[in-house]
Design a protein around this ligand. Sequence first.
Ligand SMILES: N[C@@H](CCC(=O)N[C@@H](CS)C(=O)NCC(=O)O)C(=O)O
Length: 223
Amino acid sequence: MLELYIGNKNYSSWSLRTWLLLRHFDIPFTEHLVSVAGRDHNPALKLIAGNGRVPSLHDDGFQVWESIAIAEYLAEKYPQMWPSDPKARARARSIAAEMHAGFAKLRTAMPMNLKLKLRGKPAEADVQRDIDRIVELWTEARSQFASGDGPWLFGDFSVADAMYAPIAWRLHIYNVSLPAVAAAYRDALLAHPAMVEWYEAALLESEAHEKYDCLAEVYGGAR
Ligand SMILES: N[C@@H](CCC(=O)N[C@@H](CS)C(=O)NCC(=O)O)C(=O)O
């Protein structure tokens, strides 16, 4: 039996990736929500995952942690989670790994807080570099690999889409303007029924994290 330990839906962008993957592919699992708001390095998390963080997947008690490792573990059971063409699959893995390892400036400057919608302001140069690289990745994948009607990076939904799902929220929350192809892809992610389900559950959460909630003021926006 698969059990997924996730953090607060309002804040936990890493949790969203693995949860969305399971939901998109309609894989049965039990969800356990663990509070991470305001509790960096919560020792209780050590019981759930070796790295003391969420998400963590338990398969009949066997623990898998780190979102990319969870995705790979699931993809061994459900190979349709990656594109079937070897070159498309390699590219999807490259860009998923780039997300897992990178974009720290953007993630720090624009944390996920689904209860915010900000007017936005010009991004700092290093944050804008992250945004430009993401736009480049999305645009190349859509033009080179997304044959057919599917709105996803490689046509059909894959691990790569799940990895970038929280970026769609960040670009939306912080009101970042995007070229047409990237904007259409962001909107496809935001309209995914499981993303809407996650968002609606996040709005019902009462726990607040001061560090993230003060950003409305910083960005001159309104909730
Ligand atoms: N690289 C990890 C990042 C996981 C992570 O940072 N999770 C945060 C929540 S989004 C967390 O568990 N924070 C609680 C803590 O550090 O105690 C992954 O891909 O799963």
